[in-house]
Ligand binder design. Structure first.
Ligand SMILES: Nc1ncnc2c1ncn2[C@@H]1O[C@H](COP(=O)(O)OP(=O)(O)O)[C@@H](O)[C@H]1O
Ligand SMILES: [Mg+2]
Length: 409
């Protein structure tokens, strides 16, 4: 029985030719970001033409999944190569601040990437900063430092950036060696007010170029082109039609997150294969879309306490019922949570307890929390899910888990 099944699975003609080309990290050709690349070029070309004369620091801003990381990587690698050809020792280092989490870890990572001999422990932040300065000078290196997802280090302070941008001032060295591209995820579509940025930049504004480079949301046609290119390198020929790609693009454009498109393509192909189909059909995409609650989260729900579940339910419920935004204020969610508790006859947890849940989930990357202009314990925070998920399905999952604990919502 097992052997037979296994044999059948092996016999299937796979739809996917190269699965890894669908992964988010795979460096593909960048489409439809010529303007942004040109803008980057305008600022950073002086690292080659006037090396060391002045530092260039710039911020990239845009929603999730709009190609900020991919574009920054492509641009920085290309600049590094061009510099090398001209005998300029420009080193590009990419740090994902969501992974490194603390300013200290970020500093360690920068130093270790440049010089792997450095031990991980035993230094103070100042030591690390001094080491970096001396190292760049001694080795005659110009650094292009990409601080990706920088917002995950932001708690209303600009501590690390402040120390970093001042390296160029502090040293007695004549050359400006440290250049930064800071990447922040920010909901450009819905919130034009970027006051949190101006507060954050109060101390360091004059170190940065005046205007951030904004990554606008893609149009449906652009999403189509990007996904079509991905399909062409990762799928076997004639397995995914333009109609299917266009349908996926119409889903993706709502959030603009290309990652969602890659997920849908991958899951749809798995569903098709499971059903012995040799093409991806609309039905497969529908199914994939319905299942769009990541497995890891579904597993996590199973082990959550009832209060966590109720609070998560309140977030999902609020988000589900708003059509124009992908994020919700913590304030509204807490009110909703209190209402649900009241109607279910359960005494609600305190605000600070709920705030702890938010912090915990943020760490586990279940939700994103963005602080807006400080406020007491994040009272002005906004919450959203880092990936597109099917909120209806998700809320069903949560209410099922609550039901198993005897709570009906
Ligand atoms: N313009 C584009 N051309 C090609 N691929 C893109 C483009 N924009 C996004 N992608 C792909 O979509 C995924 C998410 O992009 P990413 O750069 O990680 O987004 P962000 O950093 O803005 O959240 C990556 O796999 C990336 O290669
Ligand atoms: Mg990114």
């Amino acid at each position: 029985m097992f052997e037979e099944l296994f044999h059948n699975v092996l016999k299937r003609k796979p739809l996917l030719k190269e699965e890894k080309f669908l992964s988010v990290d795979f460096p593909t050709r960048i489409l439809h970001r010529d303007n942004e690349i040109e803008e980057l070029m305008t600022y950073y070309s002086s690292l080659i033409t006037n090396t060391g004369v002045r530092a260039v620091n710039q911020i990239l801003l845009g929603d999730r999944g709009v190609g900020k990381t991919a574009t920054a990587k492509f641009f920085s690698r290309s600049l590094e190569k061009t510099a090398l050809k001209r005998g300029i020792n420009l080193k590009y280092v990419h740090i994902n601040c969501r992974k490194e989490r603390t300013e200290y870890k970020v500093l360690v990572k920068i130093n270790q990437t440049l010089s792997p001999r450095i031990p991980k422990r035993g230094y103070s932040p100042q030591d690390l900063m001094d080491f970096l300065t001396e190292f760049l000078e001694k080795e005659d290196i110009y650094l292009l430092l990409v601080l990706d997802e920088f917002d995950s280090l932001l708690d209303g302070e600009a501590g690390l950036l402040y120390s970093l941008v001042r390296i160029n001032d502090d040293t007695n060295n004549v050359h400006k060696r440290l250049n930064i591209i800071g990447i922040l995820s920010y909901n450009v579509k819905f919130e034009r007010n970027i006051s949190f940025l101006s507060k954050f930049f109060r101390d360091i504004r004059h170190y940065f170029q005046q205007n951030a480079i904004i990554f606008k949301p893609y149009t449906q046609e652009q999403v189509f082109d990007i996904l079509k290119h991905r399909v062409s390198i990762s799928f076997n020929q004639n397995t995914v039609s333009d109609e299917i790609i266009n349908y996926i693009a119409s889903i993706v454009v709502k959030s603009g997150d290309i990652r969602c498109g890659l997920n849908l393509l991958w899951s749809s192909s798995k569903i098709a294969e499971k059903n012995n189909l040799n093409i991806v059909t609309l039905k497969c995409v529908h199914r994939a879309y319905q299942e769009l609650v990541p497995y890891s989260i579904r597993e996590m729900i199973k082990h959550m306490t009832e209060h966590k579940l109720l609070f998560l339910f309140a977030i999902v419920d609020k988000l589900k019922n708003q059509v124009d935004k992908s994020e919700i204020s913590l304030h509204e969610v807490v009110n909703e949570y209190n209402n649900i508790c009241r109607t279910s006859g359960i005494s609600p947890r305190s605000y600070s307890q709920l705030w702890n849940y938010v912090q915990e989930w943020k760490k586990d990357e279940i939700i994103d929390a963005k602080l807006e202009g400080g406020g007491l314990k994040g009272r002005k925070s906004f919450l959203q899910f880092p990936e597109i998920i099917n909120l209806k399905k998700f809320s069903q999952n949560i209410s099922k888990a609550l039901q198993s604990k005897g709570i009906i919502v």
